[in-house]
Each structure stands twice: as structure tokens, then as C-alpha cells.
Design a protein around this ligand. Structure first.
Ligand SMILES: Cc1ncc(COP(=O)(O)O)c(C=O)c1O
Length: 379
């Protein structure tokens, strides 16, 4: 039986016939409708301990575009700030969102253990380019928890706004056991794409504990309308449809068990691959979209062949984030690149292993058997 890399299993729309009929009867299909309003309240209550607010968006990429643009405020007429500081070890969407906001990504390195953005590099770049940096956009790598206190201090000390890319983090718990992002006054952007742990179809979420920021973002996501049909802010259409809000509402049911199940599978991977490079978790629990590991050196140079042999056994795998941002032509051409020693070293060894709500421990064992066989073969 094949083991695909991911098996997206969002709630079944076909099981939600009554709720879909209620949407049809209401005649409201979008525009922050009643299902969306229920969803936002339920997300705050269930994932953020009832503190702060949530704004849905139609995906995390538009969420990042809005949040970055909101953070920039009114650009100064003289010498506008031009850089968006972000790690090179992230998905293309982070850079694309900054580019849409008219900024130049300034790509920096990651921590070799947690794979989170390097705090030392952030400090150094802010000292060197201070007045040119419009926003810092750290990525919570693979659902690992960023240090929110660090970004508060950074933001205050350097007078620079922060937007957190937490695309894979819905379900992650910080060291205190709260949903990652809880209490954060910056904008924290999550994805609810079909392939994420919080699987819908296309959807995203912006969390902030700052109500004024969230109100601005809500207006910006609705064509910049702060008052009905009067554009007074930069805007686009980032609204989530009622049907997609319904999918997300249904995903909240049983979500805790799904995240726990995936954490159990991740623990099994760790136990069965002793000696393999793994990410050091910084929170109490990660929301595993897939299982990220580092190939042993002996296998790193032969990743395509390894993937082909896994595929021949019916095992799907991937390699996030390789290529990293500075290895993708459009992004490289339009970015400025800082030292990427750790990113380069890790990214060439990156291997992303299968994960799914319905995956079994036996399947994890089968994947690990295949990998250990490859390791012995290369030795
Ligand atoms: C780091 C990161 N940022 C942003 C996104 C964009 O999310 P979405 O697909 O919801 O637009 C992703 C999606 O995979 C991601 O991994």
C-alpha cells in the first residue's frame, strides 16, 4: 500500500449538507457573513484562550500581503524604508507578499538547532540597515515557536514593525501551553490550506491582540473600506467565503485530537531514526504538517536518487525548503542576500517525510525502515 507524502483530509462538504442549505437560505455568501463571524469567535476561544482577535482571509499569502502593508503604515515621503527582513529558509509566499507591498526582501540565516530565523542576524542587520528596514517578517519554521518577547523588544528598540509568518502553526502550543501567537500585538498570519494540519481548501487567518490593528486589517481586506464603500486605506479583496468559513468551522471539531495524533507520529519518527538531524522544538507541541528531518551527510548529495528509490517503494517525500529563497530566480533577482551559511548547509540535507491524520505507526516504521536501508547502503 503506497504511503503518499501528504493526504489532505479537510472536513467533507458532502457531510455538511444542512449547513450548506442554511448558507443558501441566508443568501449571504461572503463579506464577513454569519458563518465567518462564528468561525472567528470560535478560533479565538478554542485556539487562543479567548484573548485577542481573529480575522479570516482567503489564504495566508493575501494575509501576509495585508499585514505587511498595514505594518508599513503611511510611507514617509522622503527616503521610504525599502527592506523586508526575512529568513531565506521559508516558502516563496513570504517573499512574494513583501514584493507585492513594494519592498525588497533582505534574506538572512537561521539558527542551526531550532531552524528559526537567527536572532543574531536580525540584530546585526537592524544595526547596519536600521532606517532602511520597513518590516521584519520572521517565519515560525515548520510550526516551531518563535520567541514573541524577542520580537517585542526588537520592535521597540529599533522602532520597526513585525509581521509573523506562522503559516504552519495552527495547533502549535508555546512553552506555556498556549496556542502559538496568543497575546501577540503584531499580526500573526496562519494558513488553513488543504495541506496544513488545520486543513480546509484555501483559507488563512490573521491573529492579533491589538484590536485597532485587526480593524484596519479587516477594512484593508475589504477594498480598504473603513466606512461603507469609501476607500480610505490601501485595500484588496481578501475575504473568506461563507462556504470556506464553514469548512474551517468544521475543522475545529476534533482538531485537538488531530494535532495530538500527528505529534505521536512525529515522536515515533524520532525514536526510529536515532542519529538523524531533527529540529529542536521550542514549544510544548508542534503542529506537524509533515516530518522534517536532515539527511545524513552520506546521503545528502544523492537526494534525487534517494527520493526516486523511496517513490519506487511507494513512499512519497519532499524537501522543504530546498531550494530556499535565494535559490529561486525571481526572488534572488529582487532581493538582497545576507550570509546564509546555515541555510545552505541545512537546505541541501532537507527531507520532508509523510504525515497524515490517518497515518499509522506501522507506516512510520515502514518509512524509517526504507531510510535506514538507504543509510546502510550509502555507508
Ligand atoms: C511559510 C509559508 N508562508 C506562507 C504560506 C502561504 O500560505 P497559503 O497557501 O495559505 O497562501 C505558506 C504555505 O504553504 C508557507 O509555508
Amino acid at each position: 500500500v503506497p504511503i503518499p507524502f501528504l493526504r489532505p483530509s479537510p472536513p467533507k462538504l458532502s457531510d455538511l449538507a444542512a449547513e450548506l442549505q442554511a448558507i443558501e437560505a441566508s443568501g449571504v455568501y461572503s463579506n464577513y457573513g454569519p458563518v465567518n463571524t462564528r468561525l472567528e469567535a470560535a478560533l479565538v476561544a478554542q485556539l487562543f484562550g479567548g484573548q485577542g482577535g481573529c480575522l479570516t482571509v482567503n489564504n495566508a499569502t493575501t494575509g501576509l500581503m495585508l499585514a505587511i502593508r498595514e505594518a508599513m503604515g503611511e510611507p514617509a515621503e522622503t527616503a521610504p524604508r525599502r527592506y523586508a527582513l526575512m529568513p531565506a529558509f521559508t516558502f516563496a509566499a513570504t517573499a512574494q507578499a513583501a514584493l507585492w507591498a513594494g519592498l525588497t526582501p533582505l534574506l538572512y540565516d537561521i539558527d542551526p538547532e531550532s531552524w528559526l530565523p537567527s536572532q543574531a542576524a536580525e540584530e546585526a542587520l537592524l544595526r547596519r540597515h536600521g532606517q532602511e528596514i520597513a518590516v521584519v517578517v520572521p517565519y515560525a519554521t515548520f510550526g516551531n515557536c518563535l520567541d514573541l518577547g524577542h520580537y517585542d523588544r526588537l520592535s521597540q528598540r529599533h522602532g520597526v514593525p513585525v509581521v509573523l509568518d506562522a503559516a504552519a502553526s495552527l495547533g502549535s502550543l508555546d512553552a506555556a501551553g498556549q496556542g502559538f501567537g496568543h497575546g501577540c500585538r503584531h499580526a500573526v498570519v496562519y494558513s488553513m490550506h488543504a495541506t496544513k494540519t488545520f486543513a480546509t481548501a484555501e483559507a488563512g487567518l490573521i491573529y492579533s491582540a491589538c484590536p485597532e490593528r485587526l480593524a484596519r486589517l479587516r477594512a484593508m481586506g475589504n477594498f480598504g473600506f473603513a466606512a461603507p464603500r469609501i476607500a480610505s486605506l490601501p485595500g484588496l479583496n481578501a475575504k473568506l467565503s461563507e462556504v470556506h468559513a464553514l469548512l474551517a468551522l468544521a475543522r475545529l471539531d476534533g482538531f485537538e485530537a488531530i494535532v495530538e495524533r500527528r505529534a505521536t507520529l512525529a515522536a515515533a519518527y524520532r525514536a526510529l531514526l536515532p542519529g538523524w538531524g531533527m529540529q529542536r522544538p521550542t514549544g510544548r507541541r508542534l503542529a506537524f504538517q509533515f516530518m522534517p528531518v536532515l539527511l545524513p551527510e552520506a546521503l545528502a548529495g544523492a537526494r534525487p536518487a534517494l527520493l526516486a528509490r523511496l517513490a519506487a517503494r511507494g513512499i512519497g517525500a519532499a524537501h522543504y525548503f530546498s531550494p530556499h529563497l535565494a535559490e529561486q530566480p525571481y526572488i534572488l533577482t529582487n532581493s538582497v542576500v545576507d550570509d546564509l551559511t546555515v541555510t545552505d548547509r541545512l537546505s541541501r540535507r532537507a527531507l520532508s517525510l509523510p504525515m497524515a491524520d490517518a497515518m499509522t505507526e506501522a507506516e512510520v516504521a515502514e518509512v524509517c525502515d526504507a531510510l535506514l536501508h538507504e543509510e546502510r547502503r550509502a555507508a
